[in-house]
Write a protein that binds this ligand. Structure first.
Ligand SMILES: *Cc1c(COP(=O)(O)O)cnc(C)c1O
Length: 451
């Protein structure tokens, strides 16, 4: 694993922190050259809580949850928003989702356990996963979850058998791969067929399994689900998927006289990681999906189903940032400048994994232009360990506090203890107050499972 060759054509511009616009959490501000979020000085917070540190703008997170609900409900009253917990999960965010009236998407027993620990209403839980174990299904069914999204024929039989044991009937969805693959710019019709998830529509396989689901005791097929991808900018991909799904619902009605009552279109709306990204708004996303559902249902003379979407990244990514402390620098003329921070691939694997892009700033120089192109490398024993590759930054000095934006999604939930690194604390900031919602891992924690 190594870094891509430095793009030496890249030039720093005069943009400062506040020019990053949609990348920033909503309450970001610069006062006396210091970055503030939620009315809290990020430099002081880093000093108090230590680094690396995950920080969430609670007002931003709440705003996005409310925005999703409003955008859908004002266009389509019988709709619900499901929080995709894999993007960011701790007890406090589940409580927040509960308060804001969202449903919860869990994948497997560990995420379900978090929901149970904070008494999240089980009827609002949707269980996903392409290979849920027997134990996980058993936990979900005995907890009384609202919907299990069935991913295979084997699982359909397993769910029915467990529900029978419990003397209940479990409401289920079938996950369908509609053959629409979304990309930031284009969609490719065939790509998504090669997926480990769900029932392929090829050779009527989904249809055959659906017939089995209808005729199986102890399960009630209430809906269909699809999820066409993530970080999607092109909304027409969602409309295309709606067309395939509604046509499928019409065929189920025509051939079996069976009504599919609910349609879950998954998540995937893209977000701004860099100042150049121009994602679609939640309103445009809602308009595209609800208009497509209404139009397709009218075409097929179908009643409107209950409509659900499952955003993850677009709720959490921009609400979260990560703070680090600079340890040292290294300039390799004609190659690149490294600024070494006290975290790395253990708290943000996305850059090492697929060269994800992030915008950094120095929290104690936040009002100054970012005049150098640097690579923020981590402290781990891998050459490819970087959080930011070739992006503009103010001239860094040892002990500066670096803030990397848009790290709220798929950072904390993918964190590891590589090199014995304790995982960072998670702090929520709001109205000038900071509260720790997940404490920093200790050395004790690291080895607490060892015999
Ligand atoms: C990952 C996932 C989501 C959330 O996707 P985002 O791109 O984060 O919005 C929703 N539903 C399912 C089934 C997923 O696997």
């Amino acid at each position: 694993m190594s870094l891509p060759a430095s793009d030496t054509s890249k030039r720093a511009d005069q943009r400062t922190t506040m020019d990053l616009g949609a990348v920033l959490p909503k309450t970001a501000a610069v006062e006396d050259d210091h970055l503030h979020i939620g009315g809290v000085d990020m430099v002081e917070l880093a000093q108090q809580q230590g680094t690396p540190l995950y920080v969430f703008d609670e007002a931003d997170l709440t705003f996005r949850m409310q925005e999703y609900r409003r955008a859908f409900r004002e266009r389509y009253p019988d709709s619900d928003i499901i929080y995709a917990s894999k993007s960011f999960l701790n007890k406090e965010v589940v409580r927040l989702a509960e308060r804001e009236g969202l449903c919860l998407d869990v994948s497997g027993g560990g995420e379900l356990a978090c929901a149970r620990m904070v008494d999240f209403p089980m009827q609002r839980v949707f269980v996903h996963g392409n290979n849920k174990t027997f134990d996980e299904l058993n936990e979900a069914i005995s907890a009384g979850v609202g919907r299990i999204v069935v991913d295979s024929r084997t699982e359909l039989r397993r769910v029915a058998a467990i529900a029978k044991e419990h003397g209940t009937t479990q409401n289920i969805y079938l996950r369908i791969t509609p053959g629409v693959e979304a990309d930031t710019h284009e969609y490719i019709r065939t790509g998504c067929e090669d997926s480990k998830f769900g029932f392929t529509m090829r050779e009527d396989f989904a249809f055959t399994c659906l017939e089995e689901a209808i005729n199986t005791d102890n399960v009630r097929l209430v809906g269909l689900h699809c999820h066409i991808g993530s970080q999607i900018f092109a909304l027409h991909s969602f409309a295309e998927a709606v067309e395939v799904m509604v046509a499928f619902m019409a065929r189920v009605r025509d051939e079996y006289g069976y009504a599919i009552e609910e349609l879950d279109m998954g998540g995937g709306l893209g977000i701004a990681y860099t100042a150049e990204d121009e994602p679609s708004s939640v309103d445009d996303f809602a308009e595209t999906i609800t208009a497509a559902v209404k139009r397709c249902c009218a075409e097929h003379d179908l009643p409107l189903p209950r409509l659900l979407v499952e955003p993850g990244r677009s709720l959490t990514a921009n609400a979260g940032v990560t703070l680090y402390r600079v340890g040292n620098m290294k300039t390799l003329p004609g190659i690149r400048k490294y600024v070494a921070i006290d975290g790395g691939m253990s708290d943000n694997i996305r850059t090492a994994l697929y060269h994800a892009e992030y915008e950094p700033t120095i929290a104690n120089k936040a009002g100054q232009p970012r005049t150098e192109i640097v690579t923020l490398c981590g402290k781990h024993c891998e050459s490819g360990d970087a959080v930011v590759i070739d992006m503009p930054l103010q001239v860094a000095a040892v002990d500066d506090i670096v803030c990397v934006f848009a790290t709220g999604a798929y950072n904390a939930t993918m964190a590891s203890n590589y090199n014995g690194q304790p995982r960072p604390a998670v702090v929520f900031v709001k109205d000038g107050e900071a509260r720790v919602t997940t404490r920093r891992e200790t050395y004790e924690d690291l080895y607490s499972r060892d015999m």
